[in-house]
Design a binder for this molecule. Sequence first.
Ligand SMILES: *[C@@H]1O[C@H](CO)[C@@H](O)[C@H](O)[C@H]1NC(C)=O
Ligand SMILES: *[C@@H]1O[C@H](CO)[C@@H](O)[C@H](O)[C@H]1NC(C)=O
Ligand SMILES: CC(=O)N[C@H]1CO[C@H](CO)[C@@H](O)[C@@H]1O
Length: 399
Amino acid sequence: MKYYAFRRQPFKALYTAGSILALIFVRLPFWAIAYLAPGLRPRRNWSIGRCLIVLICQSYSSMLFATEVPVTQPIDHAPLEENDQGFVWIEPVFGSLIVGEIKDMAEVNGVEAVRVGGYWIGPRGRTMRAGEHALQDEKVIYHIHGGAYFSWSASPSFIFMKTCYAGFLEHFPDGPRIFSLEYRLSSAPPSSPVSNPCPAAIIDAVAGYRYLVQELGFKPQNIILSGDSAGGNIALCLALYLARSALPGLPPPRALLLLSPAADWGNTHLGPGSSLLQNATTDYIQHAFLSNYTARALVGNLPLETAATSVWISPASLKLEFVPGLFAGLPRTCIFVGQAELALDQARTLRERIQADNGEDAVNYMEWADVTHDAVCMPWHEPERTKALREIAKWLQSI
Ligand SMILES: *[C@@H]1O[C@H](CO)[C@@H](O)[C@H](O)[C@H]1NC(C)=O
Ligand SMILES: *[C@@H]1O[C@H](CO)[C@@H](O)[C@H](O)[C@H]1NC(C)=O
Ligand SMILES: CC(=O)N[C@H]1CO[C@H](CO)[C@@H](O)[C@@H]1O
């Protein structure tokens, strides 16, 4: 595929209109009939509805990458008033909390700590305010949303996050509050000059963690750090950073929940037989990987190879200099990934690495047949979505 070929008007409008019309009047009707034969479905077990939804998602993604990846900054559209929709502002982290490789990378890429935001979802206490102080031994889910670093939002009005939060609230033990970070999104040419490269999202994630622990008084052992897709990668990077830097007053959280983590932006698993090729028909984020858009956005002033060699961009990369101990000190981790996913191989690598450094029991690994990307955020991915949430809830109860 030729990326961004129809980026300029009027080609963009023509291409977009043409793709939508072809989808509605040709591809959907054709495939709706063809899929009557289970043998023609991308997965025999999938319902026709699921096959068509995946087809729509694939068309949408092709359309974006053939025209222009939109540059949005959801924090710019956050509610003006704190508390509205559970929104709160988060103060930037101070210098002493940005150390080591993250500090070096921030300097090279000109990334500064800034004020970001977040949303509180779930039960409210006496004052009915978002972001109330932690109760004695209260648990909290600290979530980081997906979207390949350049899209999506933590806002609870955003359909996929709404689905994700509703699942957590319904199934997780004691219906904990959720704090979801509205971190800075990244972008790259040709959409815009590079903005917010690595480690912007990680620095924002540290700020969110500091806010929970030092401002609201949550004990780290009561924080469950979670993330879906690219957000799973950011959550993992935050956990690695906390484990490796021993920051004063900020020990690692209790648990790490990685939902379809996207952790190899250098595409080092690509090759014959890889899930990145084999699962192309059963997933819809292939261009996000193969276009290198996210990789270019994240490396900033560093060479593109850094996407494959830096643990802070691609902790699952096969080109990472993997020294034993690199993943040591991570909290108990649950990885949920589908066998129909492009990112399946990456999840397998992460599992191996975390277990190698922290023991077999360190990872509750759930790799499910017929499940595609980020199923927990997809309202249409039933019954697996609900079943997975129940299993994850059992795991949370057991740790
Ligand atoms: C999927 O289909 C296979 C046979 O093709 C069957 O063995 C399996 O139980 C099915 N799984 C589900 C979840 O329906
Ligand atoms: C993405 O980067 C790899 C090298 O890292 C290169 O081989 C590949 O051609 C690039 N793809 C695009 C679409 O630029
Ligand atoms: C649906 C499908 O083809 N799944 C494949 C995804 O990729 C893995 C790894 O290559 C395969 O084992 C699956 O069969």
